[in-house]
Design a protein around this ligand. Structure first.
Ligand code: BGC
Length: 431
């Protein structure tokens, strides 16, 4: 007889997307501007273009999600569409997202709405993005318009997606990303800008929709260091994660997004240096950032090929580590006992769909183990519903449960989609 792992009643079983990665033609955004810059300093692999044309095909896509057996759809609303010029709100775009929410509800699907997922309106970027002191005001004005439109029927809002990834990439240059700044002082200002914007948005949401549950979706990895590298690893983790987690003390939930584990290898010469010195601007920029950038380059899909170190890797080049989510969720739970945790992303870039099933299976076992220990995890949302635009890597990495033909836009659910949908529909995982 096969035993099975039972999940709690009303568990959220979902899949996620982000506007810029699936909608297509996000023409008034900073990313679109970069992707289409004829002479960029560094170019993305390809432009997003029509993406998955989800802007027009969302009904069918939500239908597919529901037919698979999932009950939750996490998606983002696009600020650049809603406010394409400062203070000018596009009613058609607002209506569109109202329709997306209604489509979810008609299909018995819980909509989880992210307000900002990496992209900004180009006008916001030109005005200084996250370091502009007006940013929290801009963000909460935009938030107000969105929540006035959909706040009566959306239970969960994630204000900002992966602030740590977004700001370390954009302001420390760990990966190429707008606004292409490389400076610790600017990073500090941008991180403050994100955290303040988050708090203002949260207050705004609560004012309009007091029952809504509000949080951020955090990129959290399992961190390791070489002997002597611990202090600098803690500093790297603080820049990527803790700086933003600590701003979430008063949030209703923490969104956990874990893809892999990270090994920091710093020169041993750094080991005897005091934590304070390691955190100085000079050493951060001269020791830590080269280590992080080198690591980013080493894990790029292009550099991946056959790894010399024998470590099993995903299509993104980083280690295959589905159960790293257990380390991160337990860490967050220790920081914020009793706070609701939602696995807002977990997924794998692979052409091998059997490997995706393995990845989800291992992730769900880890989640179940934490549930058995009493961790308040309310759902698991897989990244991603569709094969989509993987930022600077273009369309090569395949994260989707559903394949998308790049010429015809035809959708084909993969075996992993059917497998995962059946787990969700039965609310249990066979062992
Ligand atoms: C992001 C997604 C991205 C995914 C896979 C997360 O960091 O939120 O936008 O596509 O990881 O790399």
């Amino acid at each position: 007889m096969t035993a099975s792992l039972q999940f709690p009643d009303a568990f959220y079983w979902g899949a996620a997307t982000a506007a810029h990665q699936v909608e297509g033609n996000n023409t008034t955004s900073d990313w679109w501007e970069w992707e289409n810059d004829p002479a960029p300093k560094v170019a993305p692999a390809e432009a997003s273009g029509e993406a998955c044309d989800h802007f027009h095909r969302y009904r069918d896509d939500i239908g597919l999600l529901a037919d698979l057996g999932l009950n939750t759809y996490r998606f983002s609303v696009e600020w650049a569409r809603i406010e394409p010029r400062a203070g000018e709100f596009d009613q058609t775009a607002l209506q569109h997202y109202g329709d997306v929410v209604d489509t979810c509800l008609e299909r018995g699907v819980e909509p989880i709405v992210t307000l900002q997922h990496f992209t900004l309106p180009a006008w916001v970027a030109h005005a200084g993005s996250w370091t502009n002191p007006d940013m929290p005001g801009y963000f909460s004005r935009y938030t107000r318009r969105v929540v006035e439109r959909i706040g009566d029927r959306v239970r969960y809002f994630a204000t900002i997606n992966e602030p740590g990834n977004m700001i370390t990439r954009g302001y420390l240059g760990t990966y190429p990303s707008p606004p292409f700044v490389r400076d610790l002082t600017a990073f500090d200002a941008a991180a403050d800008g994100v955290n303040t914007s988050h708090r203002h948005a949260r207050d705004m949401i609560k004012q309009i929709a007091p029952g809504a549950r509000v949080g951020m979706a955090h990129a959290l990895q399992e961190w390791h260091a070489n002997p002597g590298g611990e202090q600098i690893m803690l500093w790297a983790r603080e820049l990527h994660e803790d700086r933003f987690l600590t701003a979430c003390q008063d949030d209703d939930f923490i969104g956990v997004q874990t893809y892999t584990r990270v090994h920091i290898n710093v020169p041993r010469i750094a080991a005897p240096l005091s934590a304070a010195l390691l955190r100085s601007r000079f050493l951060t920029q001269s020791v830590l950032l080269p280590v992080l950038r080198q690591q980013a380059a080493a894990v790029s899909p292009a550099a991946q090929a056959v790894p010399a170190d024998g470590i099993r890797r995903t299509q993104m080049g980083y280690p295959f580590a589905p159960d790293a989510v257990e380390v991160t969720a337990r860490r967050v739970n220790a920081l914020f006992p009793h706070k609701e945790l939602l696995i807002t992303e977990h997924g794998v870039g692979t052409e091998n769909d059997t490997e995706r099933i393995e990845y989800i299976d291992h992730g769900l076992r880890a989640v179940h183990c934490m549930l058995s220990d009493g961790l308040p995890i309310s759902g698991y949302i897989h990244w991603s519903l569709l094969d989509n635009y993987e930022w600077w890597h273009g369309y090569r990495p395949k994260f989707g449960l559903i394949a998308v033909d790049r010429t015809t836009q035809q959708r084909t659910p993969k075996a992993s989609a059917r497998w995962y949908g059946a787990v969700a529909a039965q609310n249990q995982l066979s062992t």
